[in-house]
Write a protein that binds this ligand. Structure first.
Ligand code: ZN
Ligand code: ZN
Length: 81
């Protein structure tokens, strides 16, 4: 499991080359909460006979709750040219 740090991003000097910066969307983890299921891993697209929503595994993230960050393509870094 990869946990996302909750610490606020600090503008500390890093050894990262100038042409590469950490992805602002995923914070460098390369993964973001699934937008399809809002990071829950489940979606409620149907209801049963009683009108209760049926939880189904999210087909976008397959229940992983996270999806690959499309901003950086999952690398966690953005190349600047
Ligand atoms: Zn999902
Ligand atoms: Zn990213």
């Amino acid at each position: 499991m990869h946990t996302t740090p909750n610490t606020k991003t600090q503008k500390a000097k890093t050894k990262t080359p100038d042409f590469v910066r950490v992805c602002h969307r995923c914070g460098g983890s390369g993964r973001v909460p699934c937008q399809f299921c809002s990071g829950t891993g489940y979606v409620t697209t149907r209801k049963d006979r009683l009108g209760m929503p049926i939880k189904e595994r999210c087909t976008a993230c397959f229940g992983n709750r996270l999806e690959r960050c499309y901003t950086c393509g999952g690398s966690g870094r953005l190349h600047q040219f």
